[in-house]
Design a protein around this ligand. Structure first.
Ligand code: AMP
Ligand code: GLY
Length: 429
């Protein structure tokens, strides 16, 4: 009898590709399923024709198939209560309850937790009423100012107006026209400094830090252009000292984990601290209740410990032990459809994937691709099927080496409709 574990990964982007890849390195894992997965993921997992929000169908599948562990990638199913429902059905699941996921799904909840447990962040006020919110911005009269819609808004809920007229327009959008639904707006002070991501495995009060990473949010070189879901990421971060990292762990991540326990919603899963190194110290910009995308794609390749064991230990409330990491740099470049994050077309052919993979230090995680026949990927081709399409990454002894190897691989990939940044990791070079 095959005693190897069956694992279900929920989601279908680059993050899930990295999770599936890490799981496939575990000698304890047998078969991996991914819902919905994508073309690249299908090389390592059986993709299911189910969306990540079809919780009932996914639960039926997990029960029937005898899945040993379900790992939930995206925030939407988590805030819909997927982990709660799986746990109630007796299924082992890695991911927080809907109540704990409010650390991401409600900006106001996250700010209240930070305030109550003394975690450094920008000062703020929350408003439901448009006129009161506008009056607050007018009387404060300092720009830029940061306006955050309180609920999940697919990365589009943060606006940073430079003047009162733009602030007014954004507040109207959020509080009068209910662009994202009926909700509140958090208004907070604008902070400055480099941002970085601190992902930790968290089980109640226990916090197991991962290596630090940074994502590049702007579309174009030199940190110009519109905000995107992330155009690349890298690890480690030479500009964050050991002292800064210890501060972030002891004064930010641990107090929040303890705070969530004290509030009756212990967190289980990955707690993502979106942090900023300001001139007044490290402060929180946001929390997410899941692995970051594209940070996960560069962080997990450095993990030497068995990720299946980590997921199970967190899910079962057992000790994870010390995590082991490779001492190397990893840099990843996102290839995105021209026009992204605005309008773009799909269905353009991509070639050269095998040439890019000829360097053994290079990996490609698919974010939004499709194939026409099962042999397409073997022949190194696929078609664009999303805004962010591929993440091409390389490991190296130094940031420079990782950067140059990844960029060389990117340049071997051909597609008339893709663009990328060339300056990923510029803070570290
Ligand atoms: P969030 O969804 O909260 O991560 O916000 C999206 C982006 O807006 C962040 O990655 C920051 O670049 C920016 N941002 C959010 N809050 C602030 C702040 N208080 N000061 C400056 N920039 C911010
Ligand atoms: N990289 C940003 C995020 O995952 O939200």
């Amino acid at each position: 009898m095959d005693m190897k574990a069956k694992v279900l990964v929920v989601g279908g982007g680059g993050r899930e590709a990295a999770i599936v890849d890490a799981l496939s390195r575990s000698p304890r894992v047998g078969k991996i399923f991914c819902a919905p997965g994508n073309a690249g993921i299908s090389l390592q997992a059986k993709c299911l024709p189910l969306e990540d929000t079809q919780i009932d169908e996914l639960q039926d599948f997990a029960l029937k198939e005898g899945i040993d562990l379900t790992v939930v990638g995206p925030e939407v199913p988590l805030s819909m209560g997927m982990a709660d429902q799986f746990e109630a059905a007796g299924l082992r699941v890695f991911g927080p309850s809907a109540k704990a996921a409010r650390i991401e799904s409600s900006k106001d909840f996250a700010k209240r937790i930070m305030e109550k447990y003394g975690v450094p962040t920008a000062s703020y006020r929350t408003f439901e009423d448009y006129a009161e919110a506008l009056e607050y911005v007018r009387s404060k009269n300092t720009f830029p100012i940061v306006l955050k819609y309180d609920g999940l808004a697919g990365g589009k809920g943060v606006v940073i107006p430079e003047n009162l007229a733009d602030a007014d327009e954004a507040l109207k959008d959020m509080l009068l026209d209910d662009r994202f639904g009926k909700g509140k707006v958090v208004i907070e002070d604008y902070l400055e400094g480099p941002e970085f991501s601190f992902l930790c495995f968290v089980d109640g009060e226990k916090v197991y830090p991962m290596v630090l990473s940074q994502d590049h949010k702007r579309a174009f070189d030199g940190d110009r252009g519109p905000n995107t879901g992330g155009m690349g990421a890298y690890t480690p971060l030479p500009f964050i000292s050991g002292e800064d990292r210890d501060f972030a762990l002891e004064k930010i991540m641990k107090p929040v984990a303890r705070g969530l326990v004290a509030e009756g919603c212990p967190f289980k899963g990955v707690l993502y601290g979106g942090l900023m190194k300001t001139k007044d110290g490290i402060k929180v910009i946001e929390f997410n209740c899941r692995f970051g995308d594209p940070e996960t794609e560069v962080v997990l390749p450095r993990l030497e410990s068995d990720i299946y064991d980590i997921f199970c230990a967190v899910a079962d409330g057992k000790s994870v032990g010390e995590l082991k990491w490779k001492e190397e740099s990893v840099m990843g470049f996102v290839l995105a459809s021209k026009g992204y994050p605005g309008k773009y077309v799909k269905g353009k052919e991509i070639s050269g994937l095998n040439e890019a993979l000829s360097d053994p230090d290079v990996k490609i995680y698919h974010m939004g691709t499709t194939v026409k026949t099962a042999s397409d990927l073997k022949e190194g081709r696929c078609w664009t099927n999303g805004g962010r399409v591929l993440m091409v990454l390389a490991s190296g002894k130094t940031p420079r080496q990782a950067h140059d190897k990844a960029l060389a691989a990117v340049q071997k990939i051909h597609c008339e409709n893709l663009f990328y940044r060339t300056d990923i990791g510029h803070w570290a070079l």
